[in-house]
Structure formats: structure tokens, C-alpha cells
Design a protein around this ligand. Sequence first.
Ligand SMILES: Cc1ncc(COP(=O)(O)O)c(C=O)c1O
Length: 318
Amino acid sequence: MHVGARPVLVDINPHDFNISVEAVRKAITPRTKVIMPVDFAGMPCDMDELNAIVNEENIRKLFKPGNEIQQQLGRILILSDAAHSIGAQYKGKRTGSLCDVAVFSFHAVKNLTTAEGGAVALNLPAPFDNEAVYKYLCIKTLHGQNKDALAKTQRGAWRYDILEPGYKCNMMDIQAAIGLVELERYDEDNLVRRKQIAERYIKALSVDPRFELPVFETADKISCYHLFPLRIRGCNEEQRDAIIDAIFARDISVNVHFIPLPLLSFYKSEGYVMSDYPVAYDNYSREISLPLYYNLSDEDVDRVIAAVFASVEEVLKA
Ligand SMILES: Cc1ncc(COP(=O)(O)O)c(C=O)c1O
């Protein structure tokens, strides 16, 4: 919206909260410039299918470039919202390597954090030079300057230039230092513990058919266990809200991922209507995200499980 684009929302899959490839296909018009799939909860989207769609001959023919860069690409760009999915795998490859551009979030609630921040992974096809695009983005993030402070300390390198009225949104070295430590312990420590927690929930909750459990592994995909989006079968939004209240009454904090955009004031005012996305509404109305973070002990997990059972019993039997 900041660049004058109009986001077109499409519905999701019932099984994993991710964008429906068929819904994407139906929404493509000559005005479509980019597809932005979200790897919800850390589960990668159907990237082969999405990459295939934008490369289909009839869809390439439909594409109308609006500027020189779009002309060079010659097709719809895939810009993956990989905010949740660092470390997740799709057909043996990590997210960030699966499409044109992927963006990770290192916000405080994410699996790998730098307190605030993120990373952009570039895999643009020829004729794009990803190194050059990276340098261009660095200029944008540092006041439009072509050199950072460290580069200027080198002998004979003090001169710099300002190339455009850029922004100030570079990652600080202190944040990067936190990120490097987090990265070091990510695969062998953080991810391992997150998986253990998710498996403990699954083992305990799978005995009760009222619980629809998230899937973390399929033949093609391995999640990075970012969220535990539990759904309650046969409950409506009001009952879900009451279950959340009952869980909070047991001194446990839970959350909902996410409130669909058409239910939020701004998007409502832009004309988006919830009934156009029935699967998203159904998933949302029955969803409760259980706590899932590295420092959660097995005893904590068991307390959450007991609270969930008791709260569901209290509300759905009432
Ligand atoms: C799916 C998704 N996309 C994007 C973002 C934005 O990330 P950031 O806050 O790092 O810009 C978030 C973070 O909350 C997210 O959950």
C-alpha cells in the first residue's frame, strides 16, 4: 500500500493456515505484480506450485510490467513472508532459498531474535545481480549513503556520497551480535527444544478428538515450530474466546494467530469482507496458540495442557 499497490487477499488451506495455491491462481490478473505467501507458524508454503504458476506461459503472457525492474523480471515476483519460518525445510531446502525474495523477522517473539530486525534473502534470477541488489538495499537503509562508518575508517576510503534520500533502518551491530549467538545455537539447541515442547503437547492432546492439532512435518516439509496453533473442533468464536478466558483464569497466557485482516478497522474501511475468506475465518474462530518458547519447562507444558483440558471442558460442557 505504501508504494501504491492494492493487496488482494485470498483464502487459505484448511489443513495448515497457508495460502491456497488454487485461490492464488484464480486471483491473478494482468495487474498482479507480486505474490506474498506467508509460512504460517513456521510451516513452508507450497513453493514449487507457486513458483510454477508464475512461470506458466499463459500467466507470463498476462503479466503487464509497470516499471523497468518488473520488465526485466518479466513475470510475477514471489516475495515470501518467512517471518515465522527461519530454519524450516521444504524438500530438503531451507526457507529463504525457495523463491525470488524471502524476508525473515527477528522480532522479539520470533524463533531467532535480535530484539528487532530481520533479514532479506535474495535469489533473483538473471539478469539480476543479487549482490548489487543487496548493496542497493544497504544504501536505502543508511540515509542513502554509499558507505557505512566502518568502511570509511579504511585508508584512502574516507570519501563518501549520498545517492538518494534514504531511510535509517539498518540493523545495529549490537543486534547483529545477539543474532550471531542465536544463530550459533539455533539448529542444535533452540529448534530441538521447540520440537520437544510441540511433541509433548501433541502426545497429551491427541487423546481427545475435540483437539485439532497442528502438523509440523509432512512428506515435503519440516516446520521450525514457531507457533502451536491449536484448533478446537465444533466450537464457535464466542466459545473460543470463553476458553481463552478460562485458560487465563488458570494464570496461563495464550494468544490468537491471527485476527484476519478483514476484521480489522483499516482493512474493513478498505472494503475487505470476511465472508470472502471462509476458511480463514473458520481457522481463526477456533484457534488458540499455546505457549511455545525455549525456556518453557516440561512442568510448564504439563500445566498448560491441564489448563486447556479443564477450560475446554468448562466451556463446551456448560
Ligand atoms: C507473519 C508475519 N509477517 C511479518 C511480520 C512482521 O515482522 P517485523 O515485526 O519483524 O517487521 C510478523 C511479525 O509479527 C509476522 O508474524
